[in-house]
Design a protein around this ligand. Structure first.
Ligand SMILES: C[S@@+](CC[C@H](N)C(=O)[O-])C[C@H]1O[C@@H](n2cnc3c(N)ncnc32)[C@H](O)[C@@H]1O
Length: 215
């Protein structure tokens, strides 16, 4: 017998829509909503997705990057091809033309592999990475902030100047401190709850525009 939780999940309109439209997860619509609202993929050709499994953000990133090659083929910043990399601790079923890494984002070796793949030219970093929630809101929040700090540290090193960064966070006692730290590196920062975020969830996405400098 399916649990009440999995039954509810399977009735969820975004879950059903994702199944119908061929996305691997309902989270695809969160990224599409962020894109619709903030156009984060504008002139993005080199893209890193952190915490990618099962891969719906990678699917969205690929669709948009393919369009970008045509839309932005002009005298301004453009590239002849896109590069997308996805990283997760969990297995990601391969997607054509996307480089997949299995590992923890905090590992030095992973950082080196990212840097050498993109050669420090990353236009956009998107992270939907989230800790394994244990159910205690406070400790889940603290652990997610810790993960966010690790991802922010990495982003400081590898995102190009003026690049864009999207990061999933959990609201709670330490959110403001983290938000202030995040804000130091970007000219504009927005916090946004995209459609598809569950009502009770403390999940929120931070979007940093125009990274100020590269360490
Ligand atoms: C909500 S899921 C991502 C869903 C994905 N955006 C999609 O659309 O298919 C969060 C993922 O973050 C990954 N994750 C959590 N901590 C990580 C870490 N330190 N390094 C790499 N991946 C991590 C988890 O394994 C999990 O697969």
């Amino acid at each position: 017998m399916p649990s009440n939780k999995s039954f509810k999940h399977k009735q969820d309109p975004h879950y059903l829509k994702a199944k119908k439209e061929g996305y691997r997860a309902r989270s695809a619509y969160k990224l599409l909503d962020i894109q619709h609202r903030y156009n984060i993929f504008k002139r993005a050709f080199y893209i890193l997705d952190i915490g990618s499994a099962p891969g719906s953000w990678l699917q969205v990133a690929k669709e948009i990057a393919e369009k970008n090659l045509v839309i932005y083929n002009d005298k301004y910043y453009h590239r002849d091809d896109y590069k997308i990399m996805g990283i997760d601790i969990k297995h990601i079923t391969p997607i054509n033309n996307i480089k997949i890494l299995k590992g923890n984002i905090i590992e030095k070796e992973i950082e080196e592999q990212i840097s050498s793949y993109f050669n420090d030219k990353l236009d956009l970093i998107i992270s939907d990475a989230s800790i394994n929630k244990k159910g205690d809101k406070f400790s889940d929040h603290i652990n997610q902030i810790r993960l966010c700090n690790d991802i922010l540290d990495l982003t400081r090193k590898i995102l190009k100047k003026k690049g864009i960064f999207v990061l999933k966070c959990f609201q709670g006692s330490d959110f403001k401190i983290f938000y202030d730290d995040f804000s130091k590196d970007f000219s504009i920062v927005k916090s946004y709850k995209p459609i598809g975020t569950k009502k009770k969830s403390n999940e929120i996405y931070l979007i940093g525009f125009k990274k100020k400098f590269k360490i």
